[in-house]
Design a protein around this ligand. Structure first.
Ligand code: AMP
Ligand code: ZN
Length: 112
């Protein structure tokens, strides 16, 4: 837990979210500013700043996040989807708690 981290606050229920999935390691909730008809984030409960901060010890967690993407996407009614992990300020990351974007729905898939 990082005190100033918005996603840690969501994990701990301090800030509300539209939660669509939760287990011991991970939560998923709808993005507050969706870039597609369906846009949710898969977030580890553990505070890890970014993909660039991940090490071998995070391998299982990263695998779990990826494997959850198609499962939750299907539950959300998506036949296909895009995944995205922004990494570092130069990579467009705004929230420095690792997260996987999952986007889909609508006629055209989103560009990013
Ligand atoms: P990134 O640029 O990859 O760090 O993306 C951060 C994402 O978090 C953006 O798409 C934001 O819209 C989303 N976001 C920020 N605050 C919240 C929040 N309180 N609830 C849901 N999504 C959020
Ligand atoms: Zn955090």
């Amino acid at each position: 837990m990082s005190v100033d981290c918005i996603f840690c606050k969501i994990v701990n229920g301090v800030i509300p979210s539209k939660k669509i999935y939760e287990d011991d390691d991970v939560i998923a909730f709808n993005d507050i500013k969706p870039s597609a008809k369906v846009h949710f984030l898969i977030v580890p409960k553990l505070h890890v700043e970014s993909l660039a901060s991940c090490e071998t010890q995070h391998q299982a967690l990263l695998g779990k996040m990826l494997l959850l993407a198609p499962k939750i996407a299907k539950e959300q009614g998506l036949a296909g989807f895009k995944t995205l992990i922004n990494t570092g300020r130069d990579g467009g990351q705004e929230v420095f708690h690792l997260h996987l974007h999952v986007l889909g729905g609508g006629e055209k898939p989103p560009k990013t």
